[in-house]
Design a protein. Structure first.
Length: 256
């Protein structure tokens, strides 16, 4: 079942100045079985601009996304440290990311070391970057638009898709928690979130999306209204002011 069309504007994402309005894209139901055919081309999803395929510089590859069979054993998956501390003094908060995939899903595990946690938002499309927030921005290697998944410790998700902050489209469905299998936990030193993204969902927007080749991505940790304002990233962000919506600063991961 799709989310009601009552919502007509939403926060456009984190790490920047005052929020800009964003369009809302209601997305159709996605089944979660391997047998389901890919969506027809007339699905109401934002058009994706085709980009010329650049030549990959293998020296740019920053990591391998391992293939697994079902839910990953995260103890065997490489961890990426969000060790770029940006725009604010180091307050001691740390964050880490892990990715894996199988034939049907991209699995995500994000973890924060954070003593003073803020978790106020619970409603879909809320500006969760004002809370303690862990984020995953990504795009197929040769695409021009990217997805942004932003989640707080309540499992409240803001999901967007676009070329950048100015044309980002908020994606709305009533069952995101179920679709993405979102779970969060408090840990002894902070919190963590687990979720997985169906390949069929990604193909609603990028019909040729496949778990092969490269994925350009960045992982972020922020909290605009937390007691300790902070901005962390995995790949360096080349901006003088807070701005995570910079696909030109995404790092390259490849599917193993």
């Amino acid at each position: 079942m799709m989310l009601s069309a009552a919502v007509t504007a939403a926060f456009s994402g984190c790490a920047g100045s005052a929020p800009e309005p964003a369009a809302i894209q209601e997305i159709p139901a996605v089944t979660q079985t391997a047998e389901t055919a890919a969506p027809e081309q007339n699905e109401t999803a934002p058009a994706v601009t085709e980009a010329a395929e650049p030549v990959r510089n293998e020296a740019d590859v920053r990591g391998i996304i391992p293939k697994v069979s079902g839910e990953p054993d995260w103890s065997t998956v490489n961890t990426l440290a969000l060790d770029q501390i940006l725009w604010e003094p180091d307050c001691g908060i740390r964050a880490f990311a892990q990715l894996a995939y199988d034939d049907e899903r991209l699995y995500v595990h994000l973890r924060a070391v954070e003593k003073e946690i803020r978790a106020e938002y619970t409603e879909p499309l809320s500006p969760v970057c004002r809370d303690s927030c862990l984020e995953f921005f990504f795009m197929p290697e040769h695409e021009t638009r990217y997805f942004n998944f932003e989640i707080n410790p309540n499992g409240c998700l803001y999901c967007g898709f676009g070329h950048g902050r100015q044309d980002s489209t908020a994606l709305a469905r009533g069952d995101f928690a179920e679709l993405f299998r979102i779970t969060t936990d408090r840990t002894d030193d902070g919190w963590e979130v687990f979720y997985s993204i169906p390949l069929e969902f990604l193909r609603l927007f990028c019909p040729d999306f496949a778990f092969e080749g490269g994925l350009r991505a960045n992982f972020y940790k922020c909290g605009d209204l937390t007691p300790q304002k902070h901005y962390l990233a995995w790949n360096k962000v080349n901006s003088e002011k807070p701005d995570y919506h910079r696909p030109e600063d995404f790092g390259l991961l490849v599917f193993g």
